[in-house]
Design a protein. Structure first.
Length: 278
């Protein structure tokens, strides 16, 4: 959304909700919106006027008249005999679709370029999202140098906060309910002027207060499902590879080191290893 930085924190909460719940707009009132978003009805009215409308009804009426918006109002038809497995599949499919739509947004290219060009990338994640950050760091380590996962075990994220520069990049990952530490660390990174990428869900209304590099997926319908986040991370790595040079050479050298130091089952593909002369 244009002019995001001009909105107050409360207005950003309203904007975030509307962006990701546009299908519900025709059925909302100022009172219902204020309750859902957690702001006052006056904030709803002020935000709508900021967009150039006299009130919420005028905004709703424009959407009704413009048939181009109608496809947002219709929900996918659900099978009448929907079982738990089908329900899960439909939820996962919607989540994966939302991730790939996100990758077409204007923020995406800037984030990928940042991950490619930064002199170092530090990744941290929190609570049940910890494995996602670790996975992203491990995958990025394969395709570019100077990537580290920070678990915060020193209590201060010293390596990430003190040793990163304006040419570096910090990636933080968390989903609702967010750890307090998630925002605290993000604010420290922003204050130090270190480029920051936040990977979270759409209810994290403060994300864009700290950085324009925010990837916000719809909050999962199932607290235990990580398909959308996992797909997002996979897509990030795939596009970092596309934008990077000498990735295959790096992967080849990594495989050779692993073969020498740890070993694989079977010979290294495409190579005939020389036996040492006795």
């Amino acid at each position: 959304m244009d002019h995001w930085e001009r909105f107050t924190a409360s207005e950003q909460k309203v904007a975030t909700y509307l962006i990701h719940n546009i299908a519900d707009l025709p059925f909302e009132t100022g009172a219902s919106l204020s309750k859902r978003v957690g702001v006052s009805p006056m904030t709803i009215g002020r935000f709508v006027r900021t967009l150039g409308y006299e009130g919420l009804n005028e905004l709703k009426e424009e959407f009704r008249v413009d048939s181009g918006w109608r496809h947002f109002y219709s929900q996918p038809k659900q099978p009448r005999d929907k079982d738990p497995i089908t329900s899960h599949l439909l939820a996962e499919t919607r989540a994966l679709d939302s991730v790939h739509e996100l990758a077409r947004g204007k923020e995406w290219k800037a984030i990928i370029q940042l991950l490619v060009s930064a002199d170092r990338v530090s990744v941290a994640s929190f609570q049940h999202s910890t494995f996602l950050g670790l996975g992203l760091a491990k995958l990025l380590q394969q395709v570019r140098p100077h990537v580290a996962f920070n678990d915060g075990s020193d209590g201060a994220y010293v390596d990430m906060l003190l040793d990163s520069t304006k040419n570096s990049c910090v990636v933080l990952i968390d989903q609702r309910r967010y750890f307090k530490q998630f925002r605290d660390v993000a604010e420290h990174v922003a204050r130090r002027g270190i480029p920051l990428v936040l990977i979270t869900d759409v209810e994290c209304h403060w994300a864009r207060e700290l950085t324009p590099h925010s990837l916000m997926i719809p909050a999962s319908e199932m607290w235990h499902s990580y398909s959308a986040m996992s797909s997002l991370i996979s897509l990030i790595v795939a596009l970092v590879i596309d934008e990077s040079d000498a990735v295959m050479e790096r992967l080849s050298e990594i495989n050779e080191l692993r073969q020498d130091l740890v070993g694989y089952v079977g010979p290294l593909p495409g190579k005939t290893r020389k036996r040492a002369k006795k």
